[in-house]
Design a binder for this molecule. Structure first.
Ligand SMILES: NC(=O)c1ccc[n+]([C@@H]2O[C@H](COP(=O)([O-])OP(=O)(O)OC[C@H]3O[C@@H](n4cnc5c(N)ncnc54)[C@H](OP(=O)(O)O)[C@@H]3O)[C@@H](O)[C@H]2O)c1
Length: 283
């Protein structure tokens, strides 16, 4: 049966390749990206895979809260036709500024805080059997809450690895809050060093075949065998479910992180709206 699947950061790499596979299987794909030109190119490429394909594009920059909230608002207006959210957009090495306007490290914001906010906003739209798939990574490091709040500078590798453990932590925590009767929430390491722009920019290596990551994401998103898997960590380097980093099993640490995320979002909300951000969508 055809599903409606939002993929964030679907203008390149794993997101685009996953969109291509899903459109080929006849699913409706909501393609999110930050660049209008790359969204148009992605749409064109997807319709070449399946000329009858259902593809909608949504432009929003996840560097700032306004972009995330604008996307959530457009999807809410669009109605309840949404089955799966794949939180894929991510950054590692940045060409210029590493902080957003609020002074938060962009690795934390794009990789961990934006998907947290988007997920909270979109959960009410998802059916009980819906799913949220969060792109984690083998690169994980204990989260420095002061760095999350912008009080400590980190190098690229630390910022990325901490953001990915943070994402894995809130993923399990939120799955516990939603419970088995609601949409499933899974963290997925799609495999290490897959051949994408991020990997070549971060590590200077070409990387492995991306399709192994695409396959893991599609199974996590759609396969019936994952129906009871909410809160789990799928590690595609190990070929299946695995124990996450110990911090992701520490409820106290997870709750403390979520408190910090909620406090950051509350602080940003009080200043939100002054940027007059809007997003363009095509269907
Ligand atoms: N490749 C791997 O081996 C690997 C391993 C583990 C986890 N992952 C995770 O998989 C996900 C996809 O990574 P990838 O390797 O496919 O990287 P990628 O090719 O660089 O793709 C990243 C996507 O995120 C988008 N993005 C970046 N910053 C954004 C922002 N501020 N607002 C909105 N969208 C933004 C990019 O948009 P543009 O097209 O405009 O740049 C692109 O569509 C990431 O979360 C990454 O951490 C990858």
């Amino acid at each position: 049966m055809s599903k409606t699947i939002l993929i964030t950061g679907a203008t390149d790499g794993l997101g685009l390749a996953t969109a291509r596979a899903l459109v080929g299987q006849g699913h409706r794909v909501l393609v999110h990206g930050r660049s209008r030109a790359k969204l148009d190119a992605a749409r064109q490429a997807l319709l070449e895979v399946n000329s009858d394909g259902a593809v909608e594009t949504f432009q929003a920059d996840f560097a700032e809260l306004e972009g995330v909230d604008a996307l959530a608002a457009v999807l809410a207006e669009r109605g309840g036709d949404l089955d799966v959210v794949i939180n894929n957009a991510g950054v590692f090495r940045l060409p210029g500024e590493t902080r957003n306007r609020a002074g938060l490290d962009l690795r934390f914001f794009v990789n961990m805080i934006a998907p947290y906010r988007l997920t909270l906003s979109l959960l009410p739209l998802l059916p009980a059997e819906g799913r949220v798939i969060n792109l984690s990574s083998a690169a994980q490091a204990p989260v420095d809450l002061k760095a999350v709040s912008g009080q400590v500078d980190l190098d690229d590798g630390q910022a990325y690895a901490q953001s990915k453990l943070g994402l894995t932590m809130w993923s399990g925590w939120l799955a516990g809050r939603v419970g088995p009767g609601g949409p499933g929430i899974l963290a997925v390491n799609p495999g290490s060093f897959l051949k994408t722009k991020m990997v070549s920019e971060a590590y200077g290596v070409a990387g492995h075949d991306i399709e192994t990551g695409v396959d893991a994401l599609i199974r996590a998103a759609l396969d019936d065998t994952f129906r009871q898997a909410t809160g789990q960590y799928l590690d595609n380097d190990k070929g299946g479910f695995a124990a996450p980093h110990l911090d992701a099993l520490n409820l106290e640490k997870c709750a403390r992180l979520v408190e910090v995320l909620d406090a950051i979002l509350a602080r940003l909300e009080t200043g939100a709206g002054d940027a007059g951000h809007s997003i363009a969508s095509t269907g």
